[in-house]
Design a protein around this ligand. Structure first.
Ligand code: GAP
Length: 576
């Protein structure tokens, strides 16, 4: 993996093994919700623990070798609904929306028709087409889109390879010029009078009756009532004023507590606040197993810094976050960091890199995590909406004191009376910029499952090649770290094995298995992804040594009983 696999077969394997079950399956399930079984819960917990350990408790040094200051939070899922008004979520997801299948931009369905004729790529395309007389003078947009038009295929092809590449990279005409022109010709043959809106739809999607994206020329999904936030009510009365939302991201809990954290910790910039926890989105189309769910867990960091240093920190987090996935066993080839184009960026974002993963259900890499430079958007939005601007402004005492010799006063208030230029003030008092590495715990769990799944052949007890499924989890993430087997259930071996199991149990998740042939026991652990199988055999009784079998190489090393714990610990140490 992740070579192509049948996701239905893979989901069945995950269920059979106890990694992931469909939520409330006995009642037919519920779309977009999943449960983690005994192995899955350990795997996901190990992922969240590794993230917390490597990013919050022990992040590597910053870009200039400095220590990173990071603290955690655990905020409530339901917050004052004003949070979602300030953040833009309440307004942003309340209308019928269409999403561009190419650039992923969202559009209010009722506005697309009006903004399309103004799009730069449409204006450019119109220069190589001929449009007939107007019909609807009262609506400029309809007036244009409903007019009959004509064109030359050679002009369209030329446009696609020049202007189109730059202005409308999402258009089918640009991505797939020949096939799209052939489709247009086939439709034109059956209907001589084609309206401009229809032609644009075909050129954008390669099919009939689609709407084009004003941003990139790609095709838009059907309009959907896009209320992404799940509503609920607090208190016994289900009234409008008691309406609340299940948070669609953990980030806002961090922003609204920014001042509390500053005041209670005396942290100074730059510093980060981290949070893991559930988020809920009423996804229109949950799909691809757990990839797009309606309830999921995020692992988010908001890293606050001086605006002058924000690009440095953006690059730091972008590179570190990609590296982190590799240290946990994700092959570099399957990890694709993708810098979003200007046209894709959220309106507040200065830059965003999606760290994408080659999931086996798709031909194209899919987002695992977004690392966004959010500027001062969120803090300023909450400063404005809460009317507490003073709580969100940051006074950089260190910078102020460092420049003491250049001033006649050490009082900022006094100094302000001299009307210093805005950029001078901004050096000392400003709204911090924020870099946000935002990862999905469930999405990474799915990636880890996909990455780990492999099938190979190993010799059975008689030396004959036998097929096996083996989950090649990184030892840090493996649900079970070691399995302990007595080779046979006699001669004191079970007692010795149980003693070893009990000595390891306080330190790792270990498993004791004395059932069946040892080859079968190995196979069960390979499917669970257990990196080490420890066997107590005849020799153990004479010299206190055991064999440790490596899941991937099948190599068996004989080690002293007293060294077993250290051998497992070594494999579990973080590498970031
Ligand atoms: N605070 C920024 C934010 O929430 P996002 O790109 O919407 O950004 C961040 O979400 C991460 O959360 C994604 O990269 C993904 O890993 C995870 N995520 C988002 N929606 C999800 C869904 N419906 N199901 C599973 N994971 C999801």
């Amino acid at each position: 993996m992740p070579t192509k696999i049948d996701m239905a077969k893979f989901a069945k394997f995950c269920k059979d093994m106890g990694f992931i079950y469909q939520s409330s399956e006995i009642y037919g399930g519920i779309n977009g919700f999943w449960d983690y079984g005994p192995l899955g819960v350990e795997l996901k917990k190990n992922i969240k623990d590794a993230w917390w350990q490597d990013m919050v408790r022990n992040p590597p040094p910053g870009p200039d070798g400095q220590e990173i200051r990071m603290v955690g939070l655990d905020c409530s899922i339901i917050m004052n609904p004003k949070v979602w008004v300030a953040s833009g979520h309440a307004a942003g997801f309340a209308d019928p929306m269409q999403t561009c299948r190419q650039c992923k931009k969202l559009f209010r369905a009722d506005q697309v028709r009006d903004i399309l004729p103004e799009a730069e790529w449409v204006l450019s395309l119109l220069k190589v087409m001929t449009v007939g007389e107007g019909l609807y003078p009262q609506s400029p947009a309809l007036n244009l889109l409903l007019r009959n038009c004509s064109w030359k295929n050679s002009d369209l092809a030329k446009w696609a390879n020049s202007k189109g590449q730059k202005l409308a990279p999402g258009m089918a005409l640009v991505r797939n010029t020949e096939t799209t022109l052939q489709t247009l010709e086939d439709i034109h043959r059956q209907n001589a009078d084609l309206q401009l809106g229809v032609v644009i739809g075909i050129l954008s999607s390669g099919q009939i009756a689609m709407t084009a994206c004003p941003n990139c020329g790609g095709d838009l999904t059907e309009p959907k009532q896009f209320n992404l936030m799940n509503e609920t009510h607090t208190g016994p009365v289900q009234s409008e004023e008691n309406k609340a939302y299940l948070r669609p991201e953990t980030a806002q809990g961090i922003f609204v507590n920014y001042r509390n954290v500053l005041d209670s910790t005396r942290l100074k910039l730059p510093f980060g606040i981290a949070q893991t926890g559930k988020a809920f989105r009423n996804e229109i189309n949950p799909r691809n197993f757990t990839f797009r769910s309606r309830e999921f867990e995020q692992m988010e960091i908001e890293f606050f810094c001086h605006p002058d240093e924000s690009m440095k920190w953006y690059e730091y987090w972008r590179d570190l976050r990609k590296l982190w996935y590799s240290t946990l066993g994700v092959k570099s080839d399957n990890l694709v960091p993708r810098e979003q184009g200007k046209e894709e960026l959220a309106h507040y974002s200065i830059g965003t890199t999606d760290i994408e993963y080659m999931f086996p259900f798709s031909d194209e890499p899919q987002e695992l995590e977004g690392v966004a430079h959010r500027g001062s958007f969120d803090l300023e939005a909450h400063a404005k909406a809460s009317g507490m601007a003073e709580k969100f402004a940051y006074f950089d005492e260190d910078r102020w004191n460092a420049d003491a010799a250049t001033r006649t006063t050490n009082s900022f208030k006094e100094w302000m009376k001299s009307n210093p230029p805005a950029e001078q003030i901004g050096k000392y008092q400003f709204t911090p910029h924020v870099i946000e590495p935002s990862a999905g715990a469930d999405r990474f769990t799915l990636a880890v499952l996909c990455e780990a799944y492999s099938e190979d052949e190993v010799p059975d007890a008689s030396g004959k090649a036998e097929k096996r499924v083996v989950m090649k989890f990184h030892p840090r993430l493996a649900p079970i770290k070691a399995a302990i087997f007595p080779l046979v259930n006699k001669d004191g071996m079970p007692e010795k094995a149980m003693a070893l199991y009990r000595s390891l149990k306080p330190h790792f998740n270990v498993f004791f298995d004395d059932k069946g042939a040892v080859g079968r026991r190995y196979r069960r652990q390979d499917e669970a992804g257990t990196p080490f199988c420890i066997t107590i055999d005849g020799q153990t009784l004479t010299d206190d040594t055991v064999t440790i079998r490596d899941r991937d190489t099948l190599k068996q090393d004989r080690v002293k009983l007293s060294d077993v714990r250290a051998a497992i610990e070594k494999a579990l140490s973080p590498q970031v």
